[in-house]
Ligand binder design. Structure first.
Ligand code: SF4
Ligand code: SF4
Length: 182
């Protein structure tokens, strides 16, 4: 039997990946009742800090724009929808407008990544904000002009995330915090 065609949301997420690739979040906190060992057995990296179990980002399961553990993904991954996806689901924007927003974000992210590559910051296993901090906070190794250029590119990207991707209680009243972040 042929597989069902992807939904519009699946098409948008496959093109985006910002909530899985470390550009938007640095971790996904596991919830009571979730089994860290079972998730680790799927290949997910699970860490602990005190009583908190979490999955650092970038997520290992995010491969080729897809979630390789989709059916068994953690609870917070199941409930998270970014602003753009919610606006699309509520009929406020069309699929092509949502896709345009995703492409805009990906372009801004590409600028940040290009600067990081240029200065040899290749620790792609770390979240984007940490990689940027490695450069902008190292005043001895990096000249002011470079640090300012990177900070400006990151601020530009972050402003778009804030406006169109992150969610806040006023926008998403049933949540008291960004559900993927904790
Ligand atoms: S940020 Fe939104 S559109 Fe992008 S992958 Fe996550 S839920 Fe999908
Ligand atoms: S488990 Fe899947 S949905 Fe959750 S962060 Fe990883 S790739 Fe994304």
């Amino acid at each position: 039997m042929d597989a069902a065609p992807p939904t519009a949301a699946a098409r948008l997420c496959a093109e985006c990946g910002l909530c899985c690739n470390g550009a938007m979040f640095h971790m996904v906190i596991l919830q009571p009742g979730e089994n860290p060992r079972a998730l680790a057995a799927l290949g997910l990296k699970i860490k602990r800090k005190h009583s908190l179990a979490y999955m650092p980002q970038p997520c290992r399961a995010h491969v080729g724009g897809c979630c390789t553990v989709y059916e068994q993904r953690p609870q917070r991954c199941r409930i998270f929808e970014c602003r753009t996806l919610i606006r699309f689901a509520q009929g406020e924007i069309t699929e092509s407008a949502a896709m345009e927003k995703i492409h805009e974000a990906r372009s801004k992210l590409a600028i940040v990544e290009a600067i990081l590559a240029q200065v040899g910051e290749t620790r792609i296993e770390h979240p984007l904000a940490k990689r940027c901090d490695n450069i902008t906070l190292d005043h001895e190794a990096n000249p002011p002009a470079l640090r300012e250029t990177l900070a400006a590119a990151m601020n530009d990207f972050d402003a778009l995330l804030e406006a169109d991707f992150r969610i806040t209680p006023d926008f998403y009243p049933q949540m008291n915090a960004d559900p993927k972040q904790g």
